[in-house]
Design a protein around this ligand. Structure first.
Ligand SMILES: [Zn+2]
Length: 349
């Protein structure tokens, strides 16, 4: 579990006596420009269910799915310490202010990094997308998708099979001739009609042009029954971020959360598996290394700012309102306002 920076105690003061309170240049500017939005913050502060705790705050966007995941974690998968981390994800949250741009704020907290925790999976996806985006600058890359023919086999067996076949593909003459390196991401979808799993590998590759028909033929030879493959050019920056966030950011399709048996099967099948890997010339690329970010100064605990804002404190309302644009999930694990409309991982009605 991450422990957020322990801010100096002198900063943990009432805003009127805090250093930031005495240097209102950035804050006052923020308050002035954001004054018309302050009623939004005030309304959100009045929702007792959304603001019970820091943890609730982080996870309100997927509350019911999180409860189901936790039930299965407790029954099938997790150690007591893992459960505790899962339960406390988002706790001990502090608001930080950018040292360079005084009107920028964000939240840091303790995070569980559990693969089944949606906000943490989302943050990991952002980290990977950022690192890949940097690495790919100036490179020509393509996206290959490999699929397996629909099967009634257990999901775990299908995952084992697609990884094994991909390993054989990487050792093939065709692959070595066309591809010098890449990164692969696992995704599973579910047919709403047949309820059959569809495991995929999405692979960002560097190298020469990849003829689709030859790849399909090679994949068919290796799998014995599957020939559906896709090859396409992708925009290095935007494309990579979109794809990676889609595949890594959500471990399961949303339908799975509505079926207890499928959810259990998916969690058991994915537990302990790698869902992304690098190969050949890209091996060693640290996909999940946290990028260096701006300097951030601690302001106050999030729950104190929320309590102040709830009581109508303009300073706290201004900071919380100013936080919002920057409170997307970022590579350094800041997190989003989970109850925000159009929030990316919101699924509950
Ligand atoms: Zn988490």
């Amino acid at each position: 579990m991450d422990t957020p920076h322990t801010p100096p105690t002198e900063r943990h003061n009432h805003p009127e006596t805090s250093p930031i309170g005495e240097h209102p240049a950035g804050i006052v500017t923020s308050l002035d420009t954001l004054e018309t939005k302050s009623h939004l913050a005030r309304n959100e502060m009045d929702d007792p269910h959304a603001l019970d705790s820091d943890t609730e705050f982080r996870h309100s966007g997927w509350r019911s799915a999180r409860t189901k995941i936790r039930t299965r974690l407790e029954r099938d998968v997790a150690s007591p310490s893992r459960l505790t981390r899962f339960d406390e994800c988002g706790s001990r949250a502090w608001v930080f202010q950018s040292a360079e741009k005084s009107d920028r704020f964000k939240v840091r907290a303790s995070y569980c990094h559990d693969r089944f925790c949606k906000p943490c999976a989302r943050a990991k996806a952002m980290t990977i997308a950022t690192n890949l985006g940097d690495y790919l600058r100036g490179k020509t890359v393509r996206l290959i998708t490999l699929t397996l023919k629909s099967s009634h086999d257990d999901l775990s067996d299908q995952i084992t099979r697609i990884y094994r076949c991909f390993s054989r593909l990487r050792r093939s003459k065709f692959w070595k001739l066309h591809i010098t390196g890449g990164a692969a991401f696992f995704e599973v979808t579910l047919s709403t009609d047949t309820k059959l799993w569809h495991p995929h590998l999405h692979i960002i590759v560097e190298g020469r042009y990849v003829p689709q028909h030859t790849l399909a033929h090679t994949w068919r030879e290796i799998t014995g029954d599957s020939h559906i493959v896709d090859v396409r050019a992708i925009d290095q920056q935007r494309g990579v971020a979109e794809y990676v966030c889609k595949y890594v950011g959500s471990p399961f399709p949303s339908d799975v959360y509505h079926d207890d048996d499928l959810l259990s099967e998916a969690m058991t099948a994915i537990s302990g598996r790698r869902t992304c890997l690098t190969f050949a010339a890209w091996r060693g690329l640290k996909l999940t290394a946290l990028p260096k970010t701006d300097e951030w100064q601690p302001v106050a605990p999030l729950n104190e700012l929320r309590a102040l804002a709830k009581s109508g404190d303009a300073w706290a309302i201004g900071i919380l309102t100013a936080c919002k644009p920057s409170l997307t999930i970022t590579p350094d694990q800041s997190y989003a306002w989970a109850y925000e409309e159009n929030e990316p991982y919101t699924e509950d009605p």
